[in-house]
Ligand binder design. Structure first.
Ligand code: NDP
Length: 347
């Protein structure tokens, strides 16, 4: 993928005159109209408070990063901002007793790339309490191949299991299946023995989804019309990264006492549903937030990702880009043109 810096999102690329005490970063600034994004040099003195400084090795491209670098939605709430909501890397300096130089770490969310300087940078300074130790046997690249999307998929699976769902209860549906959250959710659920129904707008990706473990592929149009209060019961549960009428249809088609983990809004923030699935079928809607998720749950999620996500499948869903490609790729993820996961090589 090559970058196209046709507008003011991308000025100052490839500057040769890197000053001492600066590092490469994708910087977002406020403009007269909206924001600008550019790969440039960032002054180390401008780093925000934190007790651990990390040499960032890998980041990734999430839907929210697409919104930030294109300025399509006001996710950035502090300027200047370094975009990027997650990273993996090596601790360079720490005054936090939990961490020392050389430790390999993962950070996701906590407002990085929104209110705290983020991940598309050679350096990040954060609170040590935000960090998760890189699981044994996982590389920093693997960690970002999973990234916020994959970790959110795992949080969703954990919520469905906590609800008590097992493969004998019936199939699991995954929406936005060819996207980042969806791809990992398909792989995780099939590995756990569930019959996985993958809903996608890209039926041409059927082979990709089947290789990940999907048993059935359905066209997302089946779930996009206005939902009936109750429809034929089709699944025991599911992971929804789409929202809007899709989530409403998922709920109306969920079996008695089933549950849907709602984590995304790729089709919209609204939920044109009724209370019928809740009060007549005892269906539960499980809300998934990865950003402020408590650290203990994060540790559990990453430990499970390390042992339950097939490495071969992970490499099949991953493409690699550099910092110079991020802005263009950000527009593509918003257009639904990114399959699986994108890792961003920082160093
Ligand atoms: P991706 O863009 O990789 O995946 C989203 C997928 O949704 C697309 O690939 C597409 O799948 C489907 N989709 C896109 N537009 C539409 C549409 N208009 N109608 C129906 N389906 C659509 O993004 P991510 O996987 O990174 O994120 C998915 C969602 O989850 C986003 O809304 C993101 O903000 C949210 N999210 C939330 C988190 C949380 O903490 N709650 C954390 C991470 C992500 P297909 O082509 O298969 O149809």
């Amino acid at each position: 993928m090559s970058a196209n810096f046709g507008n003011n999102h991308g000025q100052n690329q490839n500057r040769e005159d890197f000053a001492v005490g600066t590092f490469k970063a994708i910087r977002i600034d406020k403009a007269e109209k909206g924001t600008t994004a550019a790969l440039t040099q960032f002054d180390e003195a401008e780093l925000m408070d934190g007790d651990v400084t990390v040499r960032v090795e890998w980041s990734t491209l999430n839907y929210k990063d697409g919104l930030a670098v294109t300025g399509k939605a006001p996710v950035v709430r502090r300027f200047p901002m370094i975009a990027g909501i997650d990273f993996s890397g090596t601790v360079e300096q720490s005054s936090n007793p939990a961490w020392k130089a050389g430790d390999k770490v993962i950070a996701t969310g906590w407002g990085m790339g929104e209110t705290h300087l983020g991940a598309y940078a050679e350096k990040a300074r954060v609170k040590g309490d935000w960090l998760v130790k890189l699981p044994e046997g996982m590389s920093t690249r693997d960690a970002m191949s999973i990234g916020t999307a994959g970790y959110t998929a795992m949080l969703s699976v954990m919520a469905l299991q906590k609800h008590g769902l097992t493969p004998s209860d019936g199939p699991m549906v995954v929406t936005g299946a060819a996207g980042g959250v969806g791809s990992v959710a398909v792989a995780l659920l099939s590995r756990l023995g569930f019959h996985v129904i993958a809903s996608t707008g890209r039926v041409a990706e059927a082979d990709y989804l089947k290789k990940l473990g999907a048993h059935e592929i359905i066209d997302r149009n089946e779930l996009s019309a206005p939902a009936k209060p109750l429809a034929k019961e089709r699944w025991a549960g599911g992971v929804d990264s789409v929202g809007s009428t899709t989530l409403a249809n998922l709920l109306s088609m969920t079996k008695y006492r089933g549950a849907i983990a709602a984590c995304g809004l790729a089709a919209g923030m609204d939920l044109p549903s009724s209370v019928a699935p809740f009060i007549l079928r005892g269906v539960c809607l499980l809300g998934i937030d990865s950003v402020m998720c408590p650290i203990e749950l994060r540790k559990q999620a990453w430990a499970r990702l390390a042992s339950e996500l097939d490495h071969r499948k992970l490499s099949e869903i991953t493409q690699e880009i550099g910092l110079t490609d991020v802005i263009e790729a950000g527009a593509k993820i918003l257009a639904g043109q990114v399959r699986g996961r994108i890792v961003v090589k920082i160093l």
